[in-house]
Design a protein around this ligand. Structure first.
Ligand code: ADP
Ligand code: AMP
Length: 216
């Protein structure tokens, strides 16, 4: 049973890489962003609390996120890959404490590395299916029919936080608050697997699988 953490800036391709990881290793995909978007769609109290932060590209406060993600992790049966969490050092510490308490640990941390100039184009070109969560790109990963989900769900949309002004803010916040999570994992001697994510989707996938095969 593997428990993985996927780090990297927003738009690095974490969700896309997770699709290959879950297919190959039978893990559950736990994306904090997806969980928050589902809470918003359900108009829950948590979703309402999160929306202002998300739409402006700020991080949702630690206490809200930590409770939400640790609750989900405690319910998980089997292995999983965390995507978008932890995003602050405090989140990383609290995750480790919660895992300690149930006798678990993170087996490996993958860090998807992409230069900022590439990230911007990935986020602004991203199109998402609000129905099935499918993720496309207007240039790199085109749907078969422009603007339509390949699974027949209907129209693709652009996330409100994928517009240029918000993208710039998210990238700034990544450098200010999230990049340090790699240092946290190093400080507790966690294995960090660096992935060159500035390659085509299939090449990133192959790099990730090659590294994970060495662990299992
Ligand atoms: P994250 O989960 O890290 O925010 P996504 O997986 O949603 O990132 O990817 C961001 C955008 O970049 C999407 O539009 C996706 O289709 C595209 N993308 C993902 N991986 C690659 C890649 N290796 N090369 C080019 N585009 C990619
Ligand atoms: P993502 O889908 O990972 O790009 O996340 C979308 C937005 O959700 C982020 O810009 C944050 O506002 C919020 N979010 C997701 N995960 C976290 C987290 N671990 N900590 C704080 N905010 C988060």
């Amino acid at each position: 049973m593997m428990r993985l953490v996927l780090l990297g800036p927003p738009g690095a391709g974490k969700g896309t890489a997770c699709m290959s990881i879950i297919e190959n290793y039978g893990l559950i995909h736990m994306s904090s962003g997806d969980i928050l978007r589902a809470e918003r769609a359900a108009n829950s109290e948590l979703g309402q609390k999160a929306q202002g932060y998300m739409d402006s590209g700020q991080l949702v406060p630690d206490d809200v996120i930590i409770g939400m993600m640790i609750g989900a992790i405690q319910k998980a049966e089997g292995g999983y890959v965390l995507d978008g969490f932890p995003r602050t050092v405090l989140q990383g510490e609290e995750l480790d404490k919660a895992l300690d308490a149930i006798g678990g640990k993170i087996d490996a941390v993958l860090d998807l590395q992409v230069p900022d100039e590439v990230i911007e184009a990935r986020m602004t070109g991203r199109r998402s299916c609000p129905a099935c969560g499918g993720v496309y790109h207007i240039i790199n990963l085109k749907p078969k029919v422009e603007g339509q989900c390949d699974k027949g769900c209907g129209e693709l949309t652009q996330r409100a936080d994928d517009v240029p002004e918000v993208v710039a803010n998210r990238l700034k916040i990544y450098h200010e608050q999230t990049a340090a999570v790699v240092g946290y994992y190093k400080s507790v001697d966690k294995k960090i697997i660096e992935i060159n994510a500035n390659q085509a989707v299939d090449d990133v996938k192959a790099s990730v699988i090659a590294e994970l095969d060495k662990l299992s």
